[in-house]
Ligand binder design. Structure first.
Ligand SMILES: Nc1ncnc2c1ncn2[C@@H]1O[C@H](COP(=O)(O)OP(=O)(O)OP(=O)(O)O)[C@@H](O)[C@H]1O
Ligand SMILES: [Mg+2]
Length: 288
């Protein structure tokens, strides 16, 4: 007889379409993760890749506010059987989907097998309605963020050109490396005022990461400092919608084009199946 883990894998492998999961993270806080996650969602949706954003920042990410929706429930309501997964999806501007993870993402790692099975079965139904899941994390390092970085097919690491932000980004990667995790990291430099300086900051960070860790990191894009970004937050309309032709918006569009050109990761098992394998079952994650 199949054990539950086996049954779970079989169930997940039955889905043919392979969803892509990406985590947006940073060392230092306030560098633009949530803005990026949100606009990545909008841009992917416009290009025909249905995006679902999940906020894992215990409700502090404000993505719901920025997207013009108000989340009443979160993943905890699904875990505690109060709601179905489809009940907690909010649909925001331009049809971008949003789930408030609340503390639920973390709780997933603590469930016993039968309860986990039930939740995973319902989460798998998301593959029918979205193509990309974007996790927006809080700042800094915790077990939850490390698991997401490990489990996702791609990680987007955001930093500003400020030395404190760059040092914290490097510190995060050092921890990831020491944990034995080998994510595919894509670097975004945000709030850039001088492109030449930004390019040299990126090259410098990539060089030191290459030298001192086993993590592969590539440049994904540069986003200009742009006052419209703050106006967009105030207006609760993502910048790609409110100021589609401003500098930051064209930078974001360029970044998203680069994102879509990232080749499928050979080393990571695809889809939600692969993601859950790594996230919950800690497959390949260093012990301790
Ligand atoms: N390119 C930019 N130009 C100008 N302002 C920006 C830019 N990117 C982000 N900001 C501003 O920086 C502030 C922080 O952005 P955001 O909330 O996206 O950061 P965060 O990394 O998610 O923060 P936290 O770590 O608190 O979750 C916001 O007020 C946002 O408008
Ligand atoms: Mg945030």
């Amino acid at each position: 007889m199949m054990d539950q883990a086996e049954k779970l894998r079989m169930l997940m492998n039955m889905k043919r379409k392979q969803m892509k999961i990406v985590t947006v993270t940073s060392g230092k806080g306030g560098v633009g993760k949530s803005s990026l996650a949100l606009n990545l969602g909008i841009a992917l949706n416009r290009r025909g890749h249905r995006a679902l954003i999940i906020d894992t920042d215990f409700g502090f990410s404000n993505i719901d506010v920025m997207l013009g929706v108000r989340a009443q429930y979160d993943l905890m309501d699904v875990i505690s059987s109060r709601k179905e997964i489809t009940d907690i999806i909010e649909v925001g501007l331009e049809g971008v989907q949003f789930i408030s993870g609340g503390s639920g993402v973390y709780e997933l790692t603590k469930l016993d097998s039968p309860r986990l099975m039930r939740i995973v079965e319902s989460i798998i139904s998301l593959e029918a309605i979205s193509d990309t899941i974007i996790f927006d994390t809080g700042a800094g390092v915790n077990d939850n963020t490390l698991r997401l970085i490990h489990a996702s097919h791609d990680t987007i690491l955001v930093t500003t050109p400020e030395p404190t932000s760059v040092v914290d980004a490097y510190a995060l990667l050092k921890i990831v490396n020491e944990q034995g995790l080998r994510p595919n990291v894509n670097l975004v430099l945000n709030r850039v005022e001088n492109v030449r300086e930004a390019t040299s900051v990126m090259d410098g960070l990539i060089r030191i990461v290459e030298k001192n860790t086993e993590i592969e990191m590539k440049k994904l894009g540069i986003i200009s400092q742009d006052a419209n970004m703050l106006s967009a937050v105030k207006e609760q309309v993502p910048i790609l919608i409110s100021y589609p032709y401003c500098t930051a918006s064209s930078d974001i569009n360029q970044m998203v084009n680069n994102f879509l050109n990232i080749p499928a990761q050979q080393r990571k098992k695809p889809g939600l199946a692969g993601f859950f394998d790594r996230f919950v079952m800690k497959n390949g994650m260093a012990k301790g």
